[in-house]
Structures are given as C-alpha cells and as structure tokens.
Design a protein around this ligand. Sequence first.
Ligand SMILES: C[S@@+](CC[C@H](N)C(=O)[O-])C[C@H]1O[C@@H](n2cnc3c(N)ncnc32)[C@H](O)[C@@H]1O
Length: 263
Amino acid sequence: MPDVKAYFRSPNTVARWWRPETSTYRHLYERELALVRRDLRSSTPASLLDISCGYGRLLVTLPADMRAIGLDISAEMLKLSRQNAPGRPLVCADAERLPFADQSFASITCLMSLVHFPRPDRVIQEACRVLVPGGFLIADIDNERSLGRAVKGIAKYVGSRSGVAMNSRGEGIFRTYTEETFCRMLIAAGFVVQHVDHIGFFPSTSIAFSGRRERHFLPGELSRLLSPLDGVLSRLPLARRWTTYVYARARKPENLREIGAAR
Ligand SMILES: C[S@@+](CC[C@H](N)C(=O)[O-])C[C@H]1O[C@@H](n2cnc3c(N)ncnc32)[C@H](O)[C@@H]1O
C-alpha cells in the first residue's frame, strides 16, 4: 500500500478528482447531505467538527450561527474550503491525532473519508475522545458488498481470463468495508450505533481496462432516474446489503446504563 497520508498531503491529488457536485452521480452525495441535515436537525448540536472537510462541501450548508470547525490533512483542500466557507475555522491535521482536548464537540461528521484512512479505527476512537458524552458521530463508508463492487469483481475476472488487465485507479488510497465491520469499529470505540442508512442501490461504478476508455456500468443519468427506487430498496433487508454507501449515526453514551441498554 502506498503512503496514503503523503498522497493526501501532496498538492494536485485529491483536489483534482474529488468533485461530487459536478459528478453525474451527484444524487448519491445529495442524498448523503440530506441524511446529515436530517440528523443535525433532530438534535441541533451546539458545535460540530467536520473531520476531513475537503473543500467545505458540508461546512457551506451549516447554519451560520453553528460553531463548526473543519479539519483536513490536505492544505490544498483547506484552501478551497476557505474560499467556499469563508469565516469557518479550519485546521490542517491528521484525523488519527485530533489536536483537540477531550470532550470538545457536541457532534462530529466524517463524510466519504473513513475509506481513505490507514487506521479508521483510530480516527473513530479519536472522534469518541473529543466528543462530549451524549454527542454523536455521523460517518459513512463505501460498501464492500455493493452491487458496483460485485460488477467490478466480475469484470476483473472476465478481463483476467481474456488476458486484459483492469486499471486499478485509486485502489491504493481507498478501501471498502462491510456494514458489520463498520458498526464493529464504532462499537469497539465506545459508541452506540443509533441508526444505519443505505445510499445508492444503483451504482456509479466505472470500469476501465488497460488501453481502453473508461465505461460506466450504469450511465449516471440512468442511475439518477432510478434513484427514487433507492428509498424502497434500501428498506428491503436483502437489497440494502448491496448499496454503494453505508451511513451511520452513532452516539457517545452518557453513562454506563446507556451502554448496557445498547448491548
Ligand atoms: C473524498 S474527500 C471527502 C471530503 C469531504 N468530507 C466531502 O465529503 O466532500 C476525502 C478527504 O479526506 C482527507 N483526508 C485523507 N486522509 C486524511 C487524514 N489522515 N486526516 C485528515 N484528512 C484526511 C482528504 O484530504 C480529502 O479532503
């Protein structure tokens, strides 16, 4: 595995490819932000830390009177954040070592980023440390069991049988997790998982064989047109195992009784 942190610290890396707002699959990211808005509305936290805030995609949507801080390892992303969300405090740091005292925040978000950390378990533990008791973490992962991954697996197999290698662009800086592993990491850090949502049954997977043009399994437009079905499919126990992203809201318990009740 390459030095992932060095990659994200370097200019001309993530800022070049992370463009969810102009992506043809932006409906998936809009759905994610809608879930965040729902979860923030339900308890209106006094303060928020956005771990790996990127170019400020979430920060720009927060109410001006909410105390919110963005943190990212990439100075380049923070520069974009500063332009997009002027006035928000920003910190350049590694999410595995949060430069904040214990119990500093009422809520934490970590969107589309856990999959890039060499040790996501450490980041989740750090999030738990800097949250006040009763505070909550919102985070998501790319689902190892998604329909898109399955399609990619089949394409890789067929390609290797016919002697055509598949481009593995991005695979060194990115990992997928199952919903169970994700929830286990949250629980091991001391969180109680309050709810899990599933985003994007119809995948945005692209497949590229060496020397050939990248192809999308489903054209973005079609994936978007089918997205109203996501809501239905994500409620069906079998189908929801296959969604592209798994999103969770987890609470840091206030007392031992709460931990016991959750077990
Ligand atoms: C795919 S982007 C997501 C950005 C933002 N959360 C969003 O949803 O738009 C991943 C972000 O994680 C940041 N990142 C990667 N490794 C990090 C680390 N160890 N500590 C802090 N940020 C990190 C990258 O610089 C990048 O901004």
